[in-house]
Design a protein around this ligand. Structure first.
Ligand code: NDP
Length: 298
């Protein structure tokens, strides 16, 4: 009989709480990093029912976990059980990463950081001084819009099916970071801009909705009659399929296109770096990303 040495007396826990969690690729991602770095930790998925969220969160602290991720549907609800949420997470209204440190829980949002890292990595372009159209006003949009504002975007247009949610999101930005966000809608509804103007005026167009996601691969959030320009960068947070209808439209018009795979990858990388204080090296990340592309798109 061979003695198993992977988990020993000093091994600490990392994990993810959510419901469902069975599909999560985070265990493979984080356990691979720990193995590579020789860090004595194990990352485990925890399916948590709504009524157990408080106990599960406090339990992670009681069990001396290194930290944990939080996924759907608890990114907002978990915040009330955290001792200190970052300013960014408070503005984004969601926490997806918690660090346990000296008996206290610290909440962060790495979705936006993952988005920004992947965008810059793949385009070589930052957000400072840029005019950006964001389609959607849900959870992903809020994280991204706040990040864009924090990183110095000049103007952000928010286009959403439910205009009242776009109005709310624009207010969050404008009340906290100066008036740079504008919701789009009919002129009759009091909107300063219509969708068409936002698409035409923007350097960068970001889809944060689920339109075009598998199995609805023939749908695009940008109407066919909008002619995208080759100077525009189009980012779609969707990664399944890897090329959405929107990205195909954009590619046909010569735009630089990026899908959401890098965002998914880097939100996990940033979480790991927060927990351990280790900044992962670029060559390791490049190799890891290549190896994980297959798993991430399953
Ligand atoms: P939410 O439910 O919070 O928001 C959904 C958004 O999509 C809303 O703006 C909603 O508009 C809009 N929407 C959905 N269906 C339609 C439709 N048929 N027509 C028009 N608008 C529609 O979801 P999230 O923000 O959490 O997630 C959105 C997408 O982002 C998902 O596809 C998710 O997989 C992806 N995502 C990717 C990540 C990554 O790492 N790459 C990370 C997080 C999310 P309305 O307000 O009118 O309902």
């Amino acid at each position: 009989m061979e003695i198993e040495h992977k988990i020993i007396g000093s091994t600490r826990i990392m994990g993810i709480i959510g419901n469902p969690v069975e599909h999560s690729i985070s265990p493979q991602l984080h356990n691979t990093i720990s193995k590579h770095l020789g860090i004595d930790a194990v990352y485990v998925p925890f399916k948590v029912e709504k009524q157990d969220l408080e106990n599960a969160t406090k339990g992670m602290r009681a069990l001396n976990a290194v930290g944990f991720n939080v996924t759907v549907p608890y990114k907002k609800d978990v915040m009330k059980y955290i001792d200190e949420n970052s300013k960014e997470a408070l503005l984004m209204g969601a926490v997806n990463t918690v660090k346990c440190f000296e008996g206290r829980l610290f909440g962060y949002n790495t979705d936006a950081d993952g988005f920004a890292r992947s965008f810059k990595e793949e385009t070589g372009v930052g957000f400072s001084g840029k005019t950006i159209a964001v389609i959607g006003a849900g959870g992903a949009a809020r994280a991204i819009v706040v990040k864009l504002a924090m990183e110095g975007a000049k103007k952000i247009y928010i286009i959403n099916r439910t205009v009242s949610k776009a109005v709310e999101l624009a207010e969050i930005v404008n009340n906290n970071m100066g008036k740079i966000a504008f919701y789009c809608g009919d002129r009759e509804s009091g909107s300063e801009f219509v969708d068409f103007e936002a698409y035409t005026d923007s350097d960068i167009i970001i889809n944060t909705t689920s339109i075009g996601m598998h199995p609805n691969v023939d749908e695009s959030p940008v109407p066919e009659n909008i002619r995208l320009k080759s100077s525009q960068i189009v980012y779609d947070v969707i990664y399944n399929p890897d090329k959405t209808k929107l990205l195909k439209q954009a590619e046909e018009n010569g735009c630089k296109c990026v899908n959401g795979l890098g965002m998914l990858f880097y939100q996990g990388i940033t979480a790991y770096e927060i927990w351990t204080g280790v900044r992962l090296k670029e060559d390791f990340l490049t190799e890891l990303y290549k190896n994980f592309q297959g798993i991430l798109t399953k």
